[in-house]
Design a binder for this molecule. Structure first.
Ligand code: PLP
Length: 353
């Protein structure tokens, strides 16, 4: 059996949740489990948090129904709302909380014959300009919803564009815009994602929406030891050879040895979600000790440097997790940890309490 394993440490997930909850001043919290819980497995992660969280957030109806069918009963927010008016029937049936972020989502919600009382998350575009009502249209949308007899409560939500940059004035500007436009409107609010909870104390109110940090990874592109990585992606060395100086390794012959080099072959490649752009020099750990990738990452395997004292064939290799932070791999590949975690494929997931 191929030795590629994604160990998912559910105890770390729970600890991270409690850390975030405390950072958020103990306020209400959604565990964001969209995109299969950032590649960690939505149902097991959601179940592991069921006694701690106040609800979940997902990207679409399909993800929400998966949680309901697994027996999860807490509130589920659809972060992008519905993609077609017909989906409101499923929102009603499964008691989901839709975000409403534009005129057609609002109009079709108001048209729908709701069977059950409904909670709506009304989105404001406070500056990110993807979705949400403009501040000057927001109160009218709020009023229309509040006049709908089946709408039981409205949560005012907005999203920050730059909360992962601790010294960027945009977050304060967005918050100010949001506060001004909903000053006269009642109900709960939700503004903070992981980065905002960590870096902008003034956003620590209402419902927190915890994503990346819940999985133990800092959105600030460096490690943050307040959080414990939930995923540990590991494999094994299954081949080794010693090459003299002057020999090229792998596709494109992009790396050439400058001295006698012990090369290990690892069962993991870009078809598993390891980024091809992370080539020579990217950190990787053999039996807990850091070394580096050599040459280009192939589809199913990759080559690494083995130090003289390191054991070769059969050694455990950590692609990312505890010794190598996934943010380091993301930096080497010119991307962000979010993308790498979501892209893990073909790895056997093993859940640990
Ligand atoms: C994904 C998402 C989040 C979670 O963001 P993190 O940076 O992962 O904490 C919060 N809010 C919205 C609207 C999202 O789409």
């Amino acid at each position: 059996m191929r030795p590629l394993i994604a160990s998912i440490r559910l105890n770390h997930l729970r600890e991270n949740f409690l850390t975030l909850k405390q950072m958020h001043g103990g306020g209400k919290m959604l565990a964001v489990v969209k995109a299969d819980a950032y590649g960690h497995g939505a149902v097991p992660c959601a179940k592991a948090l069921a006694d701690l969280t106040d609800g979940y957030a997902v990207a679409c109806i399909e993800e929400a129904i998966e949680l309901r069918q697994a027996g999860l009963t807490l509130p589920i927010v659809l972060l992008e709302g519905v993609f077609a008016a017909e989906e409101y029937a499923l929102v009603d049936q499964y008691r989901l909380w839709p975000v409403v972020g534009n005129a057609w989502q609002l109009a079709s919600l108001l048209d729908f014959a709701w069977q059950k009382p409904l909670t709506v998350w009304l989105k404001m575009d406070s500056g990110m300009h993807r979705t949400g009502f403009f501040p000057h249209d927001y109160a009218a949308a709020f009023k229309a919803l509040s006049q709908c007899p089946q709408v039981e409560s409205i949560v005012k939500i907005t999203h920050f564009a730059c909360a992962d940059e601790p010294v960027n004035g945009m977050t304060a500007d967005q918050l100010h815009t949001f506060d001004l436009a909903c000053a006269a409107l009642g109900g709960d609010i939700s503004v903070a994602n992981s980065a905002a909870m960590m870096a902008y104390p003034q956003t620590q109110r209402g419902w927190g929406r915890a994503g990346l940090a819940l999985y133990g990874i800092s959105p600030m592109a460096k490690t943050d030891n307040r959080f414990k990585p939930v995923m540990r992606l590991s494999s094994q060395v299954f081949g080794e050879r010693v090459l003299p100086a002057g020999e090229a390794i792998g596709y494109g012959a992009s790396f050439v040895t400058t001295q006698s080099t012990r090369v290990g072959l690892v069962a993991c490649g870009y078809a598993d979600g390891y980024p091809r752009r992370a080539s020579t020099g990217t950190p990787i750990a053999v039996a807990g000790e850091r070394t580096r990738v050599l040459g280009r990452v192939s589809m199913d395997m990759m080559t690494i440097e083995l130090h003289d004292h390191q054991h070769g064939v059969g050694s455990e290799v950590e692609l990312w997790g505890d010794v190598v932070n996934v943010n380091e791999i993301a930096a080497a590949a010119g991307t962000i940890a979010y993308e790498l975690l979501c892209h893990v494929k073909r790895a056997r997931k093993i859940y640990r309490e």
